[in-house]
Design a protein around this ligand. Structure first.
Ligand code: UDX
Length: 451
């Protein structure tokens, strides 16, 4: 059985390393960050990912999963090296490949036997070919090192499931031995019944970014329809449900609301635009600028609506905003490009007193936005609020008691920016309930009468 190294132990690498150990391989996780490596070696996952701590601990204990900062150890022991380092957005919007290049520069001269280097990081098309040439110029004479690309489609919050039960496997291979080895690695039990697409390096690289660009486009499409619904007095939730019944369209990723964020979709859309420009094909993806603009307008829209409520309400001088959710999506503590946190920060800049509650992302949110207040529970966050914003759809927000909350706030106005709360419950409790893309009675008859 081959020994595997996983280089880069962030969300992707740590999950992949644990997943490979679960398949029975000896795995060495490598990272330049000694703090992260110490934590992982002790069975601690330094981010929130359901199920991962248990999987990791199990295989640290069996000894199948080890962690090191030594690339020399990885080079000496492994036959197959998965590259999982980050490719963040640079100032131009293009992907910053410095971590990928640093890995290759360190690993290639240390290799003493034939090896396969498999990229999993999301990279601009053409990177694998460039790395192949670089490796050839750096390795010792007499050994053969191939490069393959095996993009990863895991979602944060579902990373363990997506790693062990992928909906497809994509192998970008320059030659038959890479394909053979990748098929071996994924043979059991992952590949059972899972479609495997074997292709060239460039196509494999493009699959990943185009998948994310497509998902972003789908979200912006439904958010554009939400804008239209608002103008026309129609209902985007019903529209999305009706669209989703068409199997050619599909019901997923038609959730209209605050739009997409996180470490992948926004960056990958921008990187694809930048790479297409470099390739002289900018026109082909010009529509993606529209996708981004629609996405940004969702955040603008919620900020404007919250300010409108504050200005119309009694508490404008020191208007209090309760923000439910800081993570870019539920089941994650990731606040990278989080729509929720951006809205909260903009309202703070506009002069509001913003108090945020998030069940797991508060620590990370505080390190990015220390100027905001953070509450230990939703009730404290809502105390004397002039408007409550539902910005990340954590399941626990669905079971909040609107009657109890109404007694806590100063002004019972809720903006459900994620379109997932049960409007009837909030309306029945006397709240003014607002949601994007939907026409609702904003107040109940009771409240009209009371007002
Ligand atoms: C995404 C891809 O789904 C995954 O395949 C890839 O490997 C990495 O990027 P992730 O960033 O974890 O995964 O989150 P995802 O679940 O795709 O959500 C992205 C964003 O879109 C979130 O901010 C989410 O709130 C938003 N979203 C999603 C919507 O606004 N509406 C929807 O209907 C679905």
């Amino acid at each position: 059985m081959v020994t595997i190294s996983v280089i880069g132990t962030g969300y992707l690498g740590a999950t992949h390393a644990a997943g490979m150990a679960e398949l029975g391989f000896d795995v060495i996780g490598v990272d330049t960050d000694p703090v992260k490596i110490r934590a992982l070696a002790g069975g601690e996952v330094p981010f929130h990912e359901p199920g991962l701590p248990e999987l990791l601990r199990r295989h640290v204990q069996t000894g199948r999963l080890r962690f090191t900062t030594s690339m020399a150890q990885a080079a000496a022991e492994a036959d197959l090296h998965f590259v999982c380092v980050g490719t963040p957005q640079s100032l131009t919007g293009a992907a910053d490949l410095s971590a990928v290049h640093a890995v290759i520069a360190e690993l290639a001269p240390l290799l003493r036997r034939n090896a396969l280097v498999v990229g999993k990081s999301t990279v601009p098309v053409g990177t694998a070919e460039q790395l192949t040439r670089r490796i050839a110029s750096l390795i010792q004479p007499g050994i053969a090192v191939e490069v393959a690309w095996n993009p990863e489609f895991l979602r944060e919050g579902h990373a363990v499931h997506d790693t062990l039960h992928p909906n497809r496997l994509v192998f970008g291979c320059a030659g038959p031995s890479a394909e053979w080895l990748l098929r071996e690695v994924y043979a059991r039990p992952i590949a059972d019944g899972v479609p495997v697409v074997v292709t060239d390096l460039a196509t494999a690289e493009l699959v990943k970014v185009s998948a994310n660009a497509f998902l972003a486009t789908k979200i912006s499409f439904i958010n554009a329809m939400a804008e239209l619904c608002e103008a026309a007095g129609a209902d985007v939730l019903t529209l999305a449900r009706a669209l989703g019944h068409d199997e050619r369209i599909g019901a997923q990723f038609l959730g209209a609301g605050l739009g997409y964020g996180g470490g992948c979709l926004p960056k990958d859309v921008r990187a694809l635009i930048a790479r297409a420009d470099e390739l002289g094909s900018g026109e082909s993806v010009a529509f993606l600028r529209g996708v981004e603009e629609i996405n940004q307008r969702r955040r603008d829209r919620i900020v404007a609506e919250a300010l409108e409520v504050l200005r119309g309400g009694p508490g404008w001088r020191a208007g209090r905003v309760a923000v439910l959710g800081a993570a870019f999506k539920p089941h994650s503590d990731d606040v990278r490009d989080s729509p929720a946190l951006e809205v909260a920060q903009r309202l703070h800049r506009a002069g509001a007193l913003v108090t945020v509650y998030d069940p797991v992302a508060a620590v990370r949110a505080r390190s990015v936005a220390p100027q905001l207040r953070y509450a230990a529970n939703p009730h404290v966050a809502c105390r004397k609020a002039d408007v409550v914003l539902h910005l990340t759809e954590w399941p626990e927000f669905g079971s909040l008691d609107p009657v109890r909350l109404r007694a806590i706030v100063r002004n019972p106005v809720l903006i459900d920016a994620r379109n997932t709360l049960d409007a009837a419950r909030w309306l029945a409790a006397g709240w003014e309930f607002r949601r994007p893309g939907t026409v609702l009675p904003l107040v109940t008859q009771d409240r009209v009468a009371a007002g």
